[in-house]
Design a protein around this ligand. Structure first.
Ligand SMILES: Cc1cc2nc3c(=O)[nH]c(=O)nc-3n(C[C@H](O)[C@H](O)[C@H](O)COP(=O)(O)OP(=O)(O)OC[C@H]3O[C@@H](n4cnc5c(N)ncnc54)[C@H](O)[C@@H]3O)c2cc1C
Length: 350
């Protein structure tokens, strides 16, 4: 039995881990990931040493994990595993301006960076991880599903599971013939917010003169959230700042290149307005565009996964089928596994 998972974000990696843990069958599990590593929107960017000091890294997408009461029991195994493997630890830093939690909530961070979550799940799954491998097209074959990557490699799989944002699913070559018009419009209804992220390094030895670790900003037309990443993660390195813009600012500038010097300068100027103490020698390390950031409208009913009528062997899942956070990804992976398990049992009986 050959299964291909597209995407090594939290959903794809959690699903690989669940399949390995729960399946009694011999399964050859492969993951194709278009970027250079695991994490997806829980990515941790790494930067070499420079004139401002040693190498550094920071969480460029998701910032911290909020495990609400509803999922504390349901996903306890996952959290226990992540905590006992030193992937997740309780967040101790103060986040100013955060809305009060509606129910008892545990907040976690990873001192290794949040991409450690997906890395951990993939390592446990034993799956073959192919990075820099982007699924470009998919088609139904009499013996399964034929997947073709940007590398030119084509291979036949019994099941293909797409864990990528819905607009990226709809852009795949060949997907048109696997979805009917109702299914397409269901997927077209899944929408996401957009943001830019700016990674900033402060001069060696400079300690930000604030008590907070994270700050929600409400009175700036560009900046929405700032985090002192090095402080959040308890690192004894130069301070690093992560800045997320607000959604309206991102939508207004969405078609600008993330490397556009004018765009970067504009965001940085707004950060200086919010943080007047920011040293002028601070250095912008990277600007990243999150075109698909957090899910705004999930697929109707948040079923966790979607199986098109054309074939029982193609599954679509990810936060677009639940909601945007680690628990949304784990829920999606668990529901996808429930489908897969019963489908595999059916294929054994035939
Ligand atoms: C700016 C931002 C802030 C956020 N803040 C938080 C937060 O504080 N807390 C929180 O819990 N959540 C937060 N989230 C949401 C959280 O990051 C997502 O819900 C979660 O990471 C989604 O995981 P996923 O695996 O479903 O999708 P993704 O992480 O998008 O994973 C999909 C993977 O598929 C890969 N891929 C895409 N297309 C292809 C292809 N054709 N072939 C191969 N690979 C492909 C991508 O590179 C990616 O690695 C935030 C997200 C963003 C962007």
């Amino acid at each position: 039995m050959k299964i291909l998972i597209i995407g090594a974000g939290c959903t794809g990696s959690a699903l690989a881990h669940i399949i390995k843990k729960c399946s009694s069958r011999e399964i050859a599990l492969t993951i194709w990931e278009k970027s250079a590593g695991c994490g997806g929107r829980m990515a941790t960017s790494r930067f070499p040493a420079d004139s401002l000091g040693e190498s550094c890294s920071l969480d460029i997408g998701a910032q911290y994990i909020s495990n609400v009461e509803k999922y504390q029991q349901a996903h306890a195994d996952f959290y226990e595993d992540l905590k006992s493997s030193s992937v997740l630890t309780r967040m101790t830093g103060e986040v100013e301006g955060a809305l009060p939690d509606a129910s008892p909530t545990q907040h976690y961070i990873s001192s290794k960076g949040l991409s450690a979550i997906a890395k951990h799940f993939v390592a446990q799954s034993g799956a073959e991880l192919c990075v820099k491998t982007r699924l470009d097209s998919i088609r139904l074959d009499s013996n399964g599903l034929m997947a073709t990557a940007n590398t030119g490699n084509s291979a036949l799989f019994d099941y293909v599971i797409l864990t990528i944002p819905a607009p990226q699913i709809l852009a795949l070559s060949g997907i048109d013939s696997l979805l009917d018009s109702t299914e397409k419009s269901l997927l077209e209804g899944v929408s996401y917010s957009s943001r830019f992220a700016l990674a900033v390094k402060l001069p060696a030895g400079f300690t930000p003169p604030v008590s907070w670790t994270g700050l929600y900003v409400t009175d700036n037309p560009c900046v929405r959230f700032i985090c002192i990443d090095s402080k959040k993660r308890g690192l004894a390195t130069s301070s690093t700042l992560l800045v997320h813009t607000g959604v309206p600012y991102a939508l207004k500038n969405l078609e600008r290149d993330k490397e556009d010097a004018g765009l970067i300068e504009d965001i940085f100027t707004h950060v200086q307005q919010v943080l007047p103490w920011l040293p002028t020698e601070s250095k912008v390390l990277r600007c990243h565009k999150w075109r698909y950031s957090q899910v705004h409208h999930a697929i109707h009913g948040e079923p966790g996964y979607f199986n098109p009528k054309s074939t029982s062997n193609l599954l679509l899942c990810g936060d677009g089928f639940t909601h945007s956070n680690l628990d949304g990804c784990i829920s999606s992976a668990l529901k996808t596994w429930t489908y897969l398990e019963s489908s595999l049992q059916g294929s054994t009986r035939q």
